[in-house]
Design a protein around this ligand. Structure first.
Ligand SMILES: [Zn+2]
Length: 281
């Protein structure tokens, strides 16, 4: 009775390289194509997992509107978490009843050289560090899964820069490389057939090697100092309204807590509160 949690982002999917791939506006056709690509990649993981003893799969739509994946386009045996807001966003629905997590279509953190569409939760966030170490979305979500729920990340996918980043945190992590970034908006994509076969093979491999899952569990004892650097003072001004934060300089906020759940939700709060700054720019 293996329960598997899948968090699906979009930027790391094979062929996705443009901001036009990532939102329904201004180019609906580009976006629809990108989502269909993600659906194929998620389906490859889901089919392999259901063929190899997984009894329950929750897929959490983790990209932007979080309404990208259509219920009738995912395997009917899967439970789909769609829509927002969600208290834990990219990690919503995860709890300690799950045995393992897989992150599909992830990307590198903001500012990464050759990181395709790299960012950290929001375009206005430039850097997120916890206790002096800078993390991207994959790392922070993996920390949340490990520290709060004891769930290891066993497989992930995305571009080469992301895989390098996440493996610096979880060296033994199995992964599917979808493309190699040349620039922020250009990549050499691996052949689609190779990528889909890799999803099937790697999913089977990690599920057959359950004894190794524990080595992917992360530990990060508190207390925590969360430092968030924004791309401009306006974004920091907006997030500075959140109770308990300390303004360090024009673009940096500091938040201290003993509780990792609060660290995680502080980032989600920043994400939410930044939405209105677009009307002030
Ligand atoms: Zn995304």
């Amino acid at each position: 009775m293996t329960r598997l949690y899948i968090s699906a982002d979009l930027e790391g999917a094979c062929g996705v390289v443009s901001t036009h791939h990532c939102a329904a506006q201004p180019d609906r056709a580009a976006y629809d194509w990108a989502v269909s690509q993600l659906e194929m990649e998620v389906a490859a993981v889901v089919e392999a997992a259901l063929d190899h003893g997984v009894s329950h799969i929750l897929v959490n739509d983790s990209h932007y509107t979080m309404t990208n994946l259509m219920l009738d386009q995912v395997d009917p045996r899967v439970s789909l978490l769609t829509g927002k807001p969600k208290r834990c966003a990219m990690s919503a629905g995860l709890d300690n009843t799950f045995d393992a997590a897989i992150y599909v279509g992830y990307h590198a953190k903001a500012g990464t050289h050759q990181g395709v569409l790299c960012h950290t939760f929001h375009s206005k966030l430039f850097d997120v560090s916890i206790n002096g170490v800078s993390y991207g979305e994959g790392g922070i979500n993996a920390l949340y899964a490990s520290v709060i729920h004891g769930v290891p990340l066993i497989l992930t996918s995305g571009d080469r820069a992301y895989l390098s980043e996440i493996r610096s945190l979880i060296p033994a992590l199995e992964a599917v490389e979808t493309k190699v970034g040349l620039t922020y908006t250009a990549a050499q994509c691996h052949p689609l057939e190779t990528v889909l076969e890799a999803y099937t093979a790697k999913t089977r491999q990690v599920l057959e090697n359950r004894a190794s899952w524990k080595q992917n569990l992360l530990s990060l004892p508190g207390p925590y100092e969360l430092k968030i650097t924004f791309i401009n003072p306006l974004a920091a001004d907006a997030a500075n309204t959140i109770p308990g934060v300390t303004r360090l300089d024009g673009t940096t906020l500091l938040f201290k807590t003993d509780d990792f759940q609060t660290v995680y939700q502080m980032l989600q709060s920043c994400y939410s509160i930044l939405a209105y700054t677009q009307y002030l720019e």
